[in-house]
Design a protein around this ligand. Structure first.
Ligand SMILES: [Zn+2]
Length: 184
């Protein structure tokens, strides 16, 4: 059942892999980072507690549970963005100014920001819990995760709606091009 390394996935300052057992000196022994590598931080402890609950409920591993949370949060953010993009498309089709989003979109733009913030927070939790490090050795980062991180970066820049829409448009285009050949 456990295909993941039972070692802490953290690295020491000299770049070497941590030699502690996974979850050493934390309340999640056998999983994630040791107490030396943020494993004992409150948000990491909480992430693993939640992951254990979900894992038991759905008969999956806690790693899968944590990644599932990241995916769900990303999907929610993508969904609100799709609504915004669709509404903007209709607005422009109807002759509206592409740099003046209709007022009805403000709620969705706000929602989109909040979903992205949540998704970025969930992703950070998973990163700090050591799940991503374990995964990086096997998989490339998924496009949706890239979008989540990108959304977080855009949030931190505090752009205007217009600048944000333009930046997201460019990023979406690049991501679409990068994702070509991947089945929908
Ligand atoms: Zn460690």
């Amino acid at each position: 059942m456990t295909a993941y390394p039972a070692r802490c996935p953290g690295r020491n300052l000299n770049g070497r892999m941590c030699s502690n057992r996974a979850g050493h000196n934390t309340s999640h022994p056998g999983y994630g980072t040791c107490s030396w590598h943020r494993g004992g931080h409150q948000h990491v402890e909480e992430a693993w507690a939640m992951a254990q609950d979900i894992a038991a409920e759905r008969n999956i591993t806690p790693h899968e549970a944590l990644l599932g949370l990241v995916r769900t949060a990303s999907a929610r953010a993508a969904w609100t963005d799709a609504i915004v993009a669709n509404a903007m498309h209709e607005h422009v089709e109807a002759g509206g100014d592409p740099f003046k989003p209709p007022a009805t979109l403000n709620t969705w733009l706000k929602q989109s920001r909040e979903e992205r913030k949540l998704a970025a927070g969930t992703a950070k939790q998973a990163v700090d819990a050591g799940v991503m490090v374990a995964l990086e050795r096997r998989l490339d980062l998924e496009g949706e995760l890239v979008a989540t991180i990108l959304g977080g970066v855009l949030d931190s820049l505090d752009l205007s709606h217009e600048q944000r829409m333009a930046a997201l448009g460019t990023a979406q285009q690049l991501l679409l091009e990068a994702g070509q050949g991947v089945p929908n």
